[in-house]
Ligand binder design. Structure first.
Ligand SMILES: Nc1nc2c(ncn2[C@@H]2O[C@H](COP(=O)(O)OP(=O)(O)OP(=O)(O)O)[C@@H](O)[C@H]2O)c(=O)[nH]1
Ligand SMILES: [Mg+2]
Length: 198
């Protein structure tokens, strides 16, 4: 599979606003600053499609990107960002819950985690939630360019154990800087899209 076209469609600030069932969705979730927006840009090879920032908390809305005119890649707001108010955290929780429970078209989740670090409590909560809701997922280990290439398999194994995943195919090391891992993510997308009848 190749990504031939990608465009921003719309943003949503509250669950009631989510689009009516139309196309399959693959969601991108993870801690704030882990590289979700960069992942979308890296996959679509459009540097400025999703807004990125060195400061965490850039993406506060649920953003829909249409790929190949066939499915949505959904950029979810990051979690675990300390400098937000309690009200903002509650809004985040409501939005995520609304999205995850309400999205009938959600087929897969890319759950992003930094390859260099152990999962946070929020990562584990997110993973538990995805498992409870029976959402198929793949863990994307971002910023793989920040560790030596020879250390990548070691980090994959370590995170596989920490997250209690059944095999290495559940994790894909990825770098939006170098494009490392992009082919594997494309293959996963293709699998997801071809296995879901719509
Ligand atoms: N070296 C390197 N830096 C990355 C990579 N992915 C993201 N970054 C950097 O990490 C920072 C955060 O990236 P974003 O893509 O904005 O992160 P996000 O997860 O969308 O963050 P929020 O929207 O705040 O939740 C930026 O400075 C990116 O340039 C990567 O693969 N390699
Ligand atoms: Mg973002």
């Amino acid at each position: 599979m190749e990504i031939k076209s990608a465009s921003f469609v719309t943003s949503y600030a509250k669950p009631g606003d989510f689009p009516a069932p139309a196309l399959m969705e693959i969601a991108v979730a993870g801690k704030s600053n882990v590289g979700k927006s960069s992942f979308i840009n890296g996959m679509t090879r459009q540097k400025k499609l999703a807004k990125t920032s060195q400061k965490p908390g850039k993406t506060r809305l649920v953003n829909y990107f249409l790929l190949n005119g066939a499915f949505y890649l959904v950029d979810l707001p990051g979690y675990g960002f300390a400098q937000v108010s309690k009200a903002e955290k509650e809004r985040w929780g409501e939005m995520m819950e609304g999205y995850l429970k309400g999205s009938e078209n959600l087929r897969h989740m890319f759950l992003l985690m930094d390859i260099r670090h152990s999962p946070t409590r929020d990562d584990e909560t997110m993973l538990r939630y995805v498992r409870i809701l029976n959402i198929p997922f793949t863990v994307i280990l971002t910023k793989a360019d920040k560790v030596a290439k020879s250390k990548v398999p070691m980090r994959v194994n370590a995170l596989m154990k920490e997250l209690v995943l059944p095999g290495r195919e559940w994790l894909i090391p990825f770098s939006s800087e170098t494009g490392f891992g992009r082919d594997r993510v494309l293959a996963r997308m293709e699998e997801v899209l071809s296995s879901s009848s719509f």
